[in-house]
Design a protein around this ligand. Sequence first.
Ligand code: BGC
Length: 514
Amino acid sequence: MAGGFVSQTPGVRNYNYKLTPKVFITCFIGAFGGLIFGYDLGISGGVTSMEPFLEEFFPHVYKKMKSAHENEYCRFDSELLTLFTSSLYLAALVSSLFASTITRIFGRKWSMFLGGFTFFVGSAFNGFAQNIAMLLIGRILLGFGVGFANQSVPVYLSEMAPPNLRGAFNNGFQVAIIFGIVVATIINYFTAQMKGNIGWRISLGLACVPAMMIMIGALILPDTPNSLIERGFAEEAKEMLRSLRGTDEVEEEFQDLIDASEESKQVKHPWKNILLPRYRPQLIMTCSIPFFQQLTGINVITFYAPVLFQTLGFGSKASLLSAMVTGIIELLCTFVAVFTVDRFGRRVLFLQGGIQMLISQIAIGAMIGVKFGTVGTGNIGKTDANVIVALICIYVAGFAWSWGPLGWLVPSEISPLEIRSAAQAINVAVNMFFTFLVAQLFLTMLCHMKFGLFFFFAVFVLIMTIFIYLMLPETKNVPIEEMNRVWKAHWFWGRFIPDEAVGVSAAELQQKAV
Ligand code: BGC
C-alpha cells in the first residue's frame, strides 16, 4: 500500500498520516457494501442460463433455446428475461436519490444498514419465488438495497480514508464489487450442476449472506468524522479522527472538515447550483463518465458472459467456467488500479485501458462475424472459441484498471463541496440508468446487430478515449478543495471557472497545467 506516498503536486496539502489498523479494518468492513452489488451482478447471468430456471419461469425462452434451427444470435432474446435482470437497476436508480438524504441526516451507517436489510428481504423473495411476480418483487427490493449501498459506501470509504490514500481506498469499493461477482459465478458453477429447481434457488437465496455481512458490519461500524460534524457532534468527530489517524495531531484536518461543513450548510440548493455555468465541467463529467462506463459494454460480459459463451457454442458448464475465469482476471487486474492510481494518475489508466478495450472488441467482433456471419448459423471450433475467450479476458483486464474503478472514483472527487451531494446522486443515477438500458437491450441488440454489437461498443470506447484525452485533467493527489485550480488551468474548461474561484492568475495556472 502506498502508505508513505508524498505528493509532488504544488499546493497539495499533505497530512502524511500512517495507515492505522483501525482505518484499515473499518474500510475493509465498509467495503462489504460493494459485495451485494457485485453478488447480484454476477449471479443473474448464470441463473438466466440455467435450464430448470428458464423452464420454470420463461418456458418460451427455454423452447427457443432448445430449438436446433434457431438463429444463434437470437436464442435468448426475450424482453421478460431481460426485465428480470434489469428491473433491479431502475429500483437502484430511484433509491439512490432517497439514499443521499438518509445518508446526510442519519449518518452513512444507517443507509448502509438499510441497504443490507432490503437486500436481505429481496434475497428471500427470490430464493423462495413461486412465480414471476415474486421474482420481480425480489429484484426490486435487491435494487433498493444496491441503491442505498452504492450511495453511502463510496462516501463512507472516502471520508474514512487518509486524504493521501483516497484513490486506493475508493477503489476498495470496486474490488468488493468484483469479489462479489467472482463468488457469485463460482456458486453458479456448482449450483448449475444440481438437478431440478434447487440450484437457482440456492444461487438467488445466498444473496442473504452478503446482505447479513453489510447489516452486521453497519451496526458495528463507527460513523465518519464528517458525518458526526454535520450532525452536531464535533467533539466525538475529533476523537474519531484521532483514533483513525493514530495521532493527536489532527487539528488541521479537523479544521478543514469544520470549514467544509460550514460552507456546505450555506448552500441551500445544490441541485440548482450545479446548473450554473461555473459548474459546467463537473456537471458534464458527472453525466458523461458513468454514461461512458456503461457504454464500454462491460455489462454485456458481466451479465451475459455465460449466455454469450453458450451462443458461441460452449456447453452450459463450460460457459459458467469461462465466466468464472473472466471474473477472476477482472478481480486481479482491479488491484493494478489500486496500486497505481495515486502514482501514475487517472489519465494514464483511462487511456491505456481504453486502447486495450478498443483493440480487443474489434477483434472479438471480427472473429464472431467471420464464424457466424450475418445469418447467425454455424459452428465455432474449439480453438477459435478459446481465442475469443482470451480476447474477452484482455478486454476485461483493460476495463478492470481503467473505467471500472475510475468510473466511481473520478466523479466523486472532481466537485467542490457545495455541489458534491447533487453530483454524486447524478453519478449513481446515470450509472444505474445506463446499466438498466444495456441490460435490457443487450439480448435484443445481439439478435438484431449480431456481431456488429461489438463494433457498436468499440465506437463508443474510441469516442470516450478521445474525450478523456482532450477533456479530463489529471486529478491525482489534488485535494478536493483545490480542484477548481485544475479546471481553471484546462484549455477548454478554464473559461467556465471565474477567477475568484481560484484566487491566482490564469497565466500562473496555465504554467502549472498538467
Ligand atoms: C460498474 C458495473 C460493472 C462492474 C463490474 C462497476 O464499476 O459500475 O456496471 O458491472 O464494475 O465490471
